[in-house]
Design a protein around this ligand. Structure first.
Ligand code: ATP
Length: 253
C-alpha cells in the first residue's frame, strides 16, 4: 500500500529527515512517535505531497509520488495538525464542499455525506456553524473531510491533541473503525493512545527511524530483563535516554 524508500528532507542546511524507509500494508494502523521536532509532520507532509522530499522515493498503491501526485492525492485522506475547517460554514455545507473539491462523483456525494456524518457521529451538529462547535466535534469534522472521498490511506497528524478524555476516546474509536476500510498512519505524543489503536509503532528521533516494530514485540523484547510488562512510555523514554548514534559510534571505536 505504501512504500517509503530512503526519504530525506533538508530545509537549507538542516536535515529534518534522514533516509527514512518503511512499508505499510492494507489494513495497518501504525503509530508514528517522536518528540517535538523529530520530523513526524515533515514526513506526513511528504506522504501527502504537500512538500517534496529532497531525495528518496514514495510509492502509494503502486503509483510513484513524483510522477502521479494528482492520482495519489485522491488515494490519501489527510488531517493536518490544524484541521482545514471554515468556521463560518455549517458542518453539512463544509462536507459537501469537501466532497466536491475531492472529486467525489456527483451521484455519490449525497450517500458519502450521509456515510461520514453517521460514521463520525455528526448528525446532531450537521446544521451548526463549525466555529461554534467544541474542539472534539471540530476534530471529527476534520476526520470526516479526510475520509469523504474514501481514501485508501488515511494520515492523521496528532488527531487527539487538545481534546478532553471523553473526546479522545470518541476520536480513537473512530480511528479504530477505519481499519476495515483503509490503512492508517497517525502521530501522537500520547503513548497510551497508540497502545489502544495501533498494532505497529515507528519511532522517529532527529529525523531517523529508531525502531519500527509490532507493538507486542516491542513491549516483550524491550522487557527481556524485567518481570513487569513494559509500557510504551517506558520504551519511549529508554530510547530517548540512549546517546545519539554518533556518540555511540565513537564509544565503540
Ligand atoms: P511536533 O511534534 O512538534 O509537531 P514534528 O516531529 O512534527 O514535531 P516537524 O514539524 O516535522 O517535527 O519538524 C522537524 C524539524 O524540521 C524541526 O526542527 C523543524 O523546526 C524543522 N522544520 C520543519 N519545517 C520546516 C521548514 N519549512 N523550514 C525549516 N525548518 C523546518
Amino acid at each position: 500500500m505504501l512504500i517509503v524508500d530512503q526519504v530525506s528532507k533538508n530545509f537549507a542546511a538542516f536535515q529534518a529527515l534522514d533516509q527514512v524507509s518503511f512499508e505499510m500494508h492494507s489494513g495497518d494502523i501504525i503509530g508514528l512517535l517522536g518528540k517535538n521536532g523529530a520530523g513526524k509532520t515533515t514526513l506526513m507532509r511528504i506522504l501527502t505531497s504537500y512538500i517534496s522530499a529532497s531525495s528518496g522515493k514514495v510509492i502509494i498503491d503502486g503509483d510513484d509520488m513524483t510522477k502521479h501526485s494528482v492520482n495519489i492525492r485522491r488515494k490519501i485522506g489527510y488531517l493536518p495538525e490544524k484541521p482545514p475547517l471554515y468556521a463560518d460554514m455549517t458542518v453539512q455545507y463544509y462536507l459537501k464542499f469537501a466532497a466536491e473539491i475531492k472529486d467525489v462523483p456527483k451521484q455519490k456525494r449525497r450517500s458519502q455525506l450521509a456515510k461520514v456524518i453517521q460514521e463520525c457521529d455528526l448528525e446532531q451538529v450537521k446544521h451548526k456553524t463549525i466555529g461554534t462547535l467544541s474542539k472534539g466535534f471540530k476534530q471529527r469534522v476534520g476526520i470526516a473531510q479526510a475520509i469523504i472521498h474514501e481514501p485508501k490511506l488515511l494520515i492523521l497528524d496528532e488527531p487527539t491533541s487538545g481534546l478532553d478524555p471523553m473526546q479522545i476516546q470518541q476520536v480513537l474509536a473512530l480511528i479504530k473503525n477505519q481499519q476495515d476500510q483503509r490503512t492508517v498512519l497517525l502521530s501522537t505524543h500520547t503513548l497510551t493512545e497508540i497502545e489502544q489503536v495501533a498494532k505497529r509503532v515507528i519511532l522517529l528521533k532527529a529525523g531517523q527511524i529508531v525502531f519500527d516494530k509490532p507493538l507486542d514485540e516491542l513491549l516483550n523484547v524491550s522487557n527481556s530483563n524485567q518481570v513487569q510488562p513494559l509500557t510504551l512510555e517506558q520504551v519511549f523514554i529508554n530510547h530517548h535516554q540512549q546517546p545519539p548514534r554518533e556518540s555511540q559510534a565513537l564509544e565503540s571505536r
